[in-house]
Unconditional design. Structure first.
Length: 159
């Protein structure tokens, strides 16, 4: 196993101490991408490893880097519902309105997957509610399609 493969294995395992040592020895690992184009930060966020996310950000990981489908770490956790990591990324300055190849944003994912608190966090950071995905739906449209009255009310308050 080469250094990059080991690095991604440690990320998946959530080994923050090993990650810190590896990045300190070779900062280029922060720019590595796996076979699907995921960055270390995207993978750490996706696997819900908050401490690894913190280590990667402290060492200068590109917060808004995208994977092969144009997804950022913030988009992944908005989809998965990992509120602590959403907070960490937003506090670190993650862009809220990045659009992936399907036209989706973190807000669209949060609304589609019924994550009320994440939707609110994104709205409070100024997420654009007017962005439409490839099917022509906004976050509000998705909340209505999912029959989530609480999300519909929340999104309508910001429109």
């Amino acid at each position: 196993m080469n250094a990059q493969e080991l690095f991604f294995t440690e990320i998946k395992n959530g080994n923050a101490k090993a990650i810190a040592k590896m990045v300190e020895a070779d900062t280029l690992l922060l720019q590595a991408k796996d076979g699907r184009g995921s960055t270390p930060l995207i993978l750490a966020a996706y696997y819900n490893h908050l401490e690894v996310v913190k280590v990667l950000l402290q060492h200068g990981a590109a917060i808004d880097a995208v994977d092969g489908a144009g997804n950022t770490a913030l988009m992944g956790v908005a989809f998965k519902g990992y509120e602590e990591i959403v907070t960490q990324l937003l506090d670190a300055g993650a862009a809220v309105d990045t659009i992936n190849v399907m036209g989706a944003t973190a807000l669209i994912y949060a609304a589609t997957f019924k994550h009320v608190n994440i939707t609110k966090m994104l709205l409070e950071k100024g997420a654009n509610m007017q962005i439409k995905d490839a099917r022509g739906n906004t976050a509000l449209d998705h909340a209505k399609l999912q029959e989530m009255p609480e999300l519909v009310v929340l999104l309508e308050q910001y429109s």
